[in-house]
Design a protein around this ligand. Structure first.
Ligand SMILES: [Zn+2]
Length: 325
């Protein structure tokens, strides 16, 4: 027998799973002003034996160092180790890789100026979240902005495993080292951002170290493969990283896969009907208004769909131009 206590922290939800006398917390919780105290209240002195962050994003791993200071070990997927250990975009190589990707989309000069400004702003806010003792004022989905003090995970989970009687399942895609957790005999899936009640996470432009350099990972292709693997898991109830737990996990996985498929089909259809195109051209064809206002999100999304089509041999790229095959 297992039981779960779900605790809402601003826009996030963390889950304390008790099974066979052991206690595991899914996600550290985000670090906004008052989050640690709210978490303590929610746990009602029932401290976990281990905390597993589903991934290294600030809202899922932000309180990692705080847990370590309280004597509780924090585990993270191996490929997300770099995300918790240092703030985003602080290395010139990472910034250069992001810029090279954006340039490779075929975006015009004025869009590239926005991209440069956006990368600089993200680098600065990541640095502040890591170093500043103050919370950023603008909270948006949380009572205040989020801090993210870097930490080295106590364990880097490589592949599938187990923690405090709970199954840990590698589900790369949303981040390179993304994890979900499972209690199969109850049909429970602790999905982090892999499966959410009302939104499909955007495939991000992400890089992993390879040799001396950085390699871009096909985020959406990995994300979809992870979902397909979970689709066979017989899950009935989902405990997501945002929002309330919900029933019908299997149907929700099928729905998410269907939406990915339909978006890919639009991209493939456009390559077929209107001919070869750069990422930027495809964005402008499919989402003209969004491309002007939110190039980064639109291009990340289209890039993800192209990666997925390429992984199936349905599209290919040469010199920045994509064509159907
Ligand atoms: Zn995330």
């Amino acid at each position: 027998m297992a039981d779960v206590r779900s605790i809402a922290l601003g826009d996030n939800t963390v889950h304390l799973v008790r099974r066979g006398g052991a206690r595991l917390l899914v996600d550290t919780g985000p670090d906004y002003a008052g989050a640690w105290e709210a978490l303590g209240e929610g746990l009602d002195c029932d401290l976990p034996d281990v905390v597993v962050a589903t991934h290294g994003h600030h809202d899922h791993a932000g309180l990692g160092r705080r847990w370590q200071e309280a004597g509780v070990p924090v585990w993270v997927g191996k490929a997300d180790g770099p995300l918790t250990a240092r703030p985003l975009l602080q290395s010139p190589a990472e910034e250069a890789a992001m810029l090279a990707w954006a340039e490779g989309t075929g975006a015009p000069a004025e869009t590239m100026a926005h991209v440069r400004a956006r990368i600089a702003a993200r680098r600065e806010s990541a640095r502040r979240a890591a170093e500043s003792a103050e919370y950023p004022e603008d909270g948006g989905r949380w009572p205040t902005g989020l801090r993210y003090p870097p930490f080295e995970a106590d364990r880097l989970v490589d592949g599938d495993g187990e923690a405090a009687g709970v199954e840990v399942v590698a589900a790369p895609g949303h981040t390179p080292g993304n994890l979900v957790l499972a209690v199969r005999e109850e049909g429970w899936l602790f999905s982090g951002d892999q499966l959410l009640p009302n939104v499909d996470p955007l495939p991000a432009i992400q890089f992993v170290a390879e040799g001396e350099g950085l390699r871009r990972v096909p985020s959406l292709a990995h994300f979809a493969a992870s979902l397909e693997r979970l689709a066979d898991g017989g899950f009935t109830r989902c405990f997501p990283g945002h929002g309330e737990p919900f029933d019908g996990a299997g149907e929700a996985i099928a729905g998410a896969l269907g939406r990915i498929e339909r978006r890919c089909e639009r991209v493939r259809g456009s390559l077929h009907e209107a001919g070869p195109a750069s990422v930027y051209d495809l964005c402008a064809r499919l989402y003209p208004r969004a491309t002007e206002r939110r190039f980064w999100q639109t291009a990340s999304s289209v890039q993800g769909q192209l990666d997925l089509l390429a992984s199936r041999g349905e599209a290919r790229e040469a010199g920045g131009v994509w064509e159907a095959c």
